[in-house]
Ligand binder design. Structure first.
Ligand SMILES: O=c1nc[nH]c2c1ncn2[C@H]1C[C@H](O)[C@@H](COP(=O)(O)OP(=O)(O)OP(=O)(O)O)O1
Length: 212
């Protein structure tokens, strides 16, 4: 049984609708390492979640990247949502940036089942490596390190607008794609074009060849 690891019910609704079949949520709050890219965070999370669950796991790390803010809040999207709230994030963009206030959603899915396959290289950039070394993270159990993880990424571009719509979750009301905010779409419409839908499509294709 594949476990979709997240504490976020909004993600679950979309992922389970997309994947169907043998997949269930695992409501497990893995350690989010501090890193500037989603892949590093998701890969660490998948190894930790696999060790916890001892079943194949899929971890979803996602965020909103605002072009004019050099990608902020990015990996810190959840923190910015909890502290500022999405309306304040929108108002900051409105106050600082000219239209169109371009942004993208990105999602990285990390799969781990403890077995060997051609894993994605860890997307550790120089800054992360320096930061990790400073924290003494090399000791980060070599056993955990060795677990192969496969990454799948999806992105969607759009622009920031005053909140509209009451579907979806998170930043959906302020993210407009081709004239419609994500909160004005149902989950099927959103999955067809979203960062998560795209990452799930890549994962599904790969997973199928793996289980055939
Ligand atoms: O499709 C989306 N539509 C709207 N907002 C979204 C979406 N995808 C990610 N987001 C936002 C929500 C949250 O502020 C952050 C994810 O943060 P992220 O750490 O990946 O997830 P989380 O803390 O909500 O749950 P968990 O780590 O248990 O999966 O980006």
């Amino acid at each position: 049984m594949l476990r979709y690891v997240t504490t976020n019910p909004g993600k679950v609704a979309e992922a389970l609708q997309y994947l169907q079949g043998d997949v269930e949520q695992l409501d497990y709050d893995y350690t989010e390492v501090q890193a500037s890219d989603l892949g590093t965070i998701a890969a660490h999370g998948a190894r930790e979640a696999y060790r916890y669950a001892d079943e194949p796991v899929l971890v979803d790390d996602a965020g909103l990247f605002i072009d004019g803010f050099d990608g902020f809040p990015g990996p810190y999207s959840s923190y910015a949502e909890d502290t500022l709230g999405i309306e304040t994030v929108y108002r900051l963009a409105e106050g600082e940036l000219d239209e169109p206030r371009r942004a993208s959603f990105r999602c990285v899915l990390a799969y781990c089942d403890g077995e060997g396959f051609e894993a994605s290289p860890d997307p550790v950039d120089r800054d992360d490596r320096t930061a990790a070394a400073a924290r003494g993270a090399e000791q980060d159990a070599s056993e955990t390190r060795a677990l192969p993880v496969k990454l799948f990424e999806g992105r969607v571009r759009g622009r920031l607008v005053p909140p509209r719509g009451d579907g979806g979750f998170g930043y959906d009301p302020i993210f407009e794609h081709e004239g419609t905010t994500f909160a004005e779409m149902d989950s099927e419409e959103k999955n067809a074009i979203s960062h998560r839908g795209r990452a799930l499509a890549k994962f599904g294709e790969w997973f199928q060849t793996r289980t055939e």
